[in-house]
Design a binder for this molecule. Structure first.
Ligand code: ADP
Ligand code: MG
Length: 363
């Protein structure tokens, strides 16, 4: 029997696995729920049980102090980075005796590789249930800007999850592989990856089937979450919340903002409702896509500035780029697609699902 190798996109916001079968890669869905994506969220429940994925994301508001997210940003980091990085998150981060950052998860303190391994374990479990065979090998993707320490941390996370990482490959390379770019002819390609908490763009050159990242530019504090925050602030302002905005109220507004934002990628308008009785908040209004785009515009502009920097660093012009691949959930926003097309003079490729393309390429 041939061995099964999972292709894993271990994301800051969401993770997923794909497998190569019968001549093509396919995303592995959780047989229980049918979901293809696993939120990279960990939580300890009231009874101390560990919860991973959708359930943890859903209870993120109520269990804010027992929930870990965005821990990918601590991969390969030392104690010296803890202070700067922990400002963005609501859970406790502290330096361990070994100089490795630890995060509070219920009664335990976990390192970033340990936290990531719990997500990988969940993906392994789902894959084994879906495929009906044990899975022990994986190809795991990392951002092109990950340094050696962060790559090693990713390898360690796989080992802790009971997966041997056969390869650690760059996310933009996986995205190009998924599209078969450079398979038949050499070329220069750009990968524009706009996720939940991070943005990066890479320029790749493929010569005789060998992929080389010429340049990469990005911002680890720029993503779809920023758009959610901006819209949530509008809701809270209009709801005329008196007194301080509690974390719970802000999370409720944010959750609704993300839902409305997502709906507005397909529809011209959507209705937002934020109801938090204990704060006397009962808010409802219709949001038009144009309003969302006015809020998202400045963030999209920042991604385009980074695109220009990456092209400059690679010493290529937009016209030299033969294809642009769109990766990440935030590229579903029409304003992003328009901006990319304008900058490159050609539309971004999106025949494959932007949420799945990295895992498919890894597989
Ligand atoms: P990461 O690579 O950081 O794990 P993802 O690529 O999964 O992140 O992207 C997650 C982001 O994509 C979130 O901000 C989410 O709100 C956003 N997103 C997902 N679907 C849509 C959509 N249909 N329209 C706009 N944004 C979306
Ligand atoms: Mg991603």
């Amino acid at each position: 029997m041939s061995r099964v190798v999972l292709g894993i996109d271990l994301g800051t916001t969401n993770s997923l696995a794909a497998v190569y079968r019968e001549g093509k890669p396919t995303v592995v869905a959780d047989p229980k729920t049918g979901s293809r994506v696993c939120p990279s969220v960990l939580q300890t429940a009231e009874d101390g049980r560990l919860v991973v994925g959708e359930e943890a994301k859903a209870a993120r508001v109520e269990r804010a102090r027992d929930t870990l997210y965005s821990f990918k940003r601590f991969m390969g980091r030392g104690a010296a980075d803890v202070e700067a990085q922990s400002k963005d998150v609501s859970y406790a981060v502290f330096a361990g005796a070994d100089g490795v950052p630890r995060m509070r998860l219920g009664a335990r303190a976990v390192s970033a590789p340990e936290a990531s391994s719990l997500v990988l374990k969940e993906l392994k479990r789902r894959a084994e249930a879906a495929l009906g065979v044990p899975v022990e090998h994986a190809v795991v993707t990392v951002p092109a800007y990950f340094d050696d320490a962060a790559r090693q941390a990713t390898r360690d996370a796989a080992t802790l999850a009971g997966l041997e990482a056969l390869r650690i490959i760059n996310e933009p390379t996986a995205a190009c592989v998924a599209y078969g770019l450079g398979k038949k002819e050499d070329g220069v390609f750009a990968v524009y990856d706009f996720g939940g908490g991070t943005f990066d763009v890479s320029v790749l050159k493929v010569t005789d089937g060998v992929y080389r990242v010429l340049s990469t530019a990005g911002d680890v504090r720029l993503g779809g979450d920023d758009v959610d925050d901006a819209l949530a602030k509008v809701f809270l302002r209009e709801a005329a919340v008196r007194g301080e905005v509690s974390p719970r109220l802000f999370e409720a507004a944010r959750t609704e903002a993300e839902r409305v934002k997502t709906a507005l990628s397909a529809a011209e308008s959507a209705t937002a409702r934020v109801v938090v009785p204990e704060h006397g908040v009962r808010y409802e209004r219709v949001v038009r896509r144009a309003e969302l785009e006015a809020l998202a515009g400045p963030f999209v502009d920042r991604t385009i500035k980074l695109v220009r920097r990456a092209l400059k660093d690679a010493d290529v012009s937009a016209a030299d780029v033969s294809a642009v691949v769109l990766v990440g959930g935030s590229t579903r926003m029409p304003i992003v697609r328009r901006a990319v097309e304008k900058e490159f003079g050609k539309p971004g490729r999106l025949d494959l699902d932007p949420d799945e393309v990295v895992a498919l390429g890894a597989a």
